[in-house]
Design a protein around this ligand. Structure first.
Ligand SMILES: O=C1O[C@H](COP(=O)(O)O)[C@@H](O)[C@H](O)[C@H]1O
Length: 247
């Protein structure tokens, strides 16, 4: 996949007044992107980030009346834990989405707990290629992203060289490249760049400086969340007032 660095064709910032509004707006934006895809192509594919921020947005999304049987769910990144573990990005999203009648076969989890992480990442890479057809067409209709306190996004951590991985759709990230976090699996920068719609959800006062760094020019290796600046589709920064510096 090419990683042409252009500005997003459309970028907006929305500042929510409270947690409830943040979740409602996030769900509305995701639902709209999924419906647009279904109307245009008959199906939709979404990739979900984890962490503590997006759960309420997923729970709101689950209350929508969407064509659930034609929407496929993938993950942006995952920790090396089984699905029932409380740190599992997959598990957290499944719990948040529990109210939606999504067929089991539509969930595609990253098996990052596999002791052979490179093999598990290669399987997810092959799954994506199979689902999307050809590599150049791998453009998620919707993707959620977040920013860690250290500036990471997905499982691409600062100063580890992993933002530059471009020969794969999916990478296993060994523990020595995820400071203190253990092994991870992640979509790579080119896949993130090709999202048709990316929702970057950023919440809380601890994210104020990381957010500023993510939106400023500079090294992507130092601040991996800067890769959001290279997203080709629509990019929405959905912030709460504290992250936006208003609280
Ligand atoms: O480790 C992770 O953290 C980021 C940020 O999560 P947040 O809860 O601090 O917003 C997340 O986007 C990523 O998926 C997750 O694995």
């Amino acid at each position: 996949m090419s990683t042409t660095r252009t500005r997003p064709e459309h970028e907006e910032t929305i500042i929510a007044h409270d947690d409830g509004e943040l979740a409602r707006l996030g769900a509305e934006l995701l639902a709209r992107a999924l419906l647009e895809a279904v109307n245009a192509r008959g199906c939709a594919r979404i990739a979900l980030s984890g962490g503590g921020t997006p759960g309420p947005t997923y729970a709101q999304l689950a209350t929508y009346d969407l064509p659930w049987d034609v929407i496929d769910w993938f993950w942006v990144d995952e920790r090396a834990v089984p699905p029932e573990h409380d740190r599992s990005n997959y598990g957290a999203a499944r719990r948040a989405l529990a109210a939606a009648p999504i067929p089991e076969a539509r969930f595609h989890r990253m098996e990052a707990e596999d002791r052979d992480l490179p093999a598990a990442a290669a399987r997810y890479d092959a799954l994506l290629r199979g689902q999307f057809g050809i590599a150049s067409a791998i453009a998620f209709d919707a993707m959620t992203l977040g920013i860690g306190d250290d500036g990471h996004t997905a499982s691409l951590f600062p100063n580890m060289g992993t933002v530059a991985i471009a020969d794969r759709l999916v990478a296993g990230i060994p523990a020595d490249r995820t400071p203190g976090e253990g092994p991870r699996m992640t979509l790579t920068t080119p896949v993130i760049h090709h999202a048709r719609f990316a929702l970057m959800i950023v919440k809380g006062p601890a994210k104020r400086d990381p957010l500023k760094a993510a939106r400023s020019p500079g090294s992507e290796d130092e601040v991996p969340s800067r890769i959001a600046q290279g997203i080709q589709g629509r990019l929405c920064w959905l912030l709460d007032r504290a992250a936006a510096g208003e609280g």
